[in-house]
Design a protein around this ligand. Sequence first.
Ligand code: ZN
Length: 264
Amino acid sequence: MKSIGISLLLALLLAPERTRLRPGFNLFSAQQDVEIGKQVSQDAEKKLRIINDSQVGSYITTLGRRLAARAPGEHYPYQFKVVNDKAINAFALPGGFLYINRGIFDNADNEAQLAGVMAHEISHVVLRHGTNQMSKAYAAQAPLAVLGGVLGNNSIGGVLAQTGASFAANSVLLRFSRDAERQADLMGTQILYDSGYNPRAMAQFFEKIEAESGSRGSQFFSDHPNPGNRISSVNQEIAKLGGANRPKNDSTDFQRIKRILKSK
Ligand code: ZN
């Protein structure tokens, strides 16, 4: 008995810890992330076709909140919406405004894969990648304003305009660096694991859509470039977390929502 206890203790001491991830350089407060996200989301929703179906809405909100509850760091007032667009894509604005195209539902085999995409997007919010990129752009353009006071005399709207942060292709808010992608992959995997989902599902889904559509064929990869060695770095993280033991892959709710969306 005693030796089992000691070897267990040794195993715990020797097990590598999960990768710790924190937001990088940022000129904004977390509250300003929410203001920026809200402002850009109002513009986005004029251009996107949001699916207004109560069953779809309650499903995506329940799933999103369950995942967000497992995310570390600042807690944002998340909002989850499904967009009537068959392109395989999803995006998150600062402060927690998430949009998931129906194309993700059409192509995901199970709930864990959808949860993987959402956990990856939630990680971009938690790690504040959008306003990190905005901060870098702003500091490069207006170094004196930055020195004079965080945003100088600029309003949020002024800073958005100055840095080209909007809901548009190539916006600094929506196209992430490979390093940001690597971080969102690792944190997304941690969130999946902590929520009881198969932690391999996120990377499996990205591999699947990349194999089917090619890395340039899917809009998802122009916004979220493949950081390289995705599967192996995710697998290393899963080993640090303790492996994929009895993970949840699917739900009858997911398959029901998938059928509802097919009929739309
Ligand atoms: Zn990403």
